[in-house]
Design a protein around this ligand. Structure first.
Ligand code: LLP
Length: 439
């Protein structure tokens, strides 16, 4: 569920018309619904209430500090994968004790930042990283809490190969069989309190079953480790819950919880803490990308609408062939979509490819979509763009990144301004000629 809806034939985000937002902020622009984001955080937490989990929102999904401050206000924490994300989380006021840090290639500097901040858990992904963490914590004279990210070797049906992380041979995590050795090693590192296990299967995981299989393996490993005298106080089940993009039918949180809660309840009853790292399920449908049709052209037998958002703005279709539902903000003939998933086959629609302005063959947002007749200048909305949208936007082709707007009922707040040409060269040092010209 989300708060984007057609009202009088015009798309609104909560109480704000997207036409009005366009007049103030222009296109392309990312628009987020605060109510949706909040409701999702609360809904997920409620579904898993029986486990009283620490919800650590995956900052990589959409890390604007205004959204992270909503995360903080909800009592949730942050899952970070870089020193930069740690900086974002702390800047937004999320307390370090609610931050967990994953990532296969953390630098010494990043480990030091985590140690100094005193975060909840550094999730180590190799024996070498564990040693590095021990060395850095000792040098800082601090104790650091850590977990091992385990590769449970579980395949999930329908998860794109490009976003699968928990199968044998993947670069992520430590093979199940190698985990006890890391706990042995940690026992020799007085500054490392290794007391947790972490996993992340991939994204999105379209059904609860892979979690159940993976968590059963993790619980078996927990027993083994405890029997060997080690401590396992937390199990972090990662992220990966799906969002409704194409089918409209992603499982709800209750469906995931119904399968997962019974598996983890005994661990919680034994005093263990469950951590989860949702991203997409919170942010995807809380955000949309507002774009404008620049030109319409006929290319062979294809009708191409060129819009002002491309793979620089939203790369998911170009990179993973992802599906995003899209529709005009004021559809002609009042052709408002009956739902916002999949391909609609209503009378009066025309088939388009939706292309971006970038000089790359893969720069499309959608292929073969039946849409109400489009005209140049029309506003279009790309739905489900809150997750991995702005977060993956680039300046490719020297294009300033779009603004982000947070809507709260009727009120819209600019939470990141549109970049300028000056932003494009800001970090570059002046070349000799420019220096002399300036003299
Ligand atoms: N935890 C870890 C350790 C992760 O690596 C990820 C995502 C998450 C949590 C959050 O997963 P989520 O709940 O959002 O599914 N750019 C791709 C997705 C890459 C996901 C990377 N890791 C996309 O646009 O589909």
């Amino acid at each position: 569920a989300d708060c984007f809806h057609y009202d009088d034939g015009v798309l609104h985000c909560e109480g704000a018309s997207l036409e009005k937002l366009d007049r103030t902020y222009g296109t392309p622009s990312y628009v987020y619904s605060r109510a949706t984001f909040r409701t999702h955080l609360a809904g997920l937490k409620a579904a898993f209430a029986a486990l009283d989990p620490l919800v650590c929102y995956a900052v990589k999904t959409c890390g604007n500090i205004h959204l992270l401050s909503e995360v903080d206000a909800s009592g949730a924490g942050a899952d970070v994968v870089s020193g930069g994300e740690l900086y974002r989380a702390l800047s937004a006021g999320i307390p370090a004790e609610r931050v967990v840090f994953a990532g296969v290639g953390k630098s010494d500097g990043e480990l030091r930042e985590a140690v100094e901040a005193g975060i909840r858990s550094v999730n180590v992904e190799s024996e070498s990283e564990l040693s590095a963490l021990g060395r850095i914590a000792a040098r800082a004279g601090r104790t650091v809490r850590a977990a091992v990210r385990v590769n449970p070797d579980v395949q999930s049906r329908g998860t794109p190969e490009k976003t699968t992380t928990g199968v044998r041979g993947s670069k992520f995590g430590v093979d199940l069989g190698q985990v006890p050795a890391l706990f042995e090693r940690a026992a020799t590192l007085p500054q490392v309190a290794l007391d947790g296990l972490h996993l992340h299967l991939g994204s999105p995981i379209h059904s609860p079953e892979p979690y159940v299989v993976a968590l059963e393996r993790i619980l078996e490993l927990t027993d083994k480790l405890r029997t060997a005298g080690h401590t396992v106080n937390s199990i972090n089940m990662g992220g990966g819950f799906a969002a409704a993009y194409e089918t409209g039918g992603a499982p709800g949180w209750d469906a995931y919880a119904a399968a997962i809660v019974p598996v983890l309840a005994p661990f919680v009853a034994s005093g263990g803490q469950v951590i989860m790292e949702p991203g997409r399920t919170i942010a995807a449908n809380a955000g949309a990308l507002l774009t404008r049709v620049r030109f319409i052209k006929q290319a062979g037998d294809r009708r191409v609408a060129v819009v002002d958002a491309g793979m620089n703005t939203l790369i998911r279709a170009a990179l993973y062939d992802s599906f995003h539902f899209l529709w005009p903000v004021r559809p002609c003939d009042g052709l408002v979509p009956p739902h916002r998933a999949g391909r609609l086959h209503l009378p009066g629609l025309i088939r388009y490819d939706i292309a971006g302005p970038i000089c790359e063959t893969t720069d499309y947002l959608a292929h073969d979509r039946e849409l109400p007749p489009l005209a140049e200048g029309d506003l279009m909305c790309i739905f489900g763009a809150g997750a991995y949208g702005m977060a993956m936007a680039s300046q490719y082709n020297a294009t300033p990144r779009p603004p982000e707007i947070l809507v709260d009922e009727e009120r819209a707040t600019l939470i990141r301004r549109r970049e300028t040409y000056a932003d494009l060269i800001e970090a570059e040092l002046p070349p000799p000629s420019a220096t002399s010209a300036a003299r």
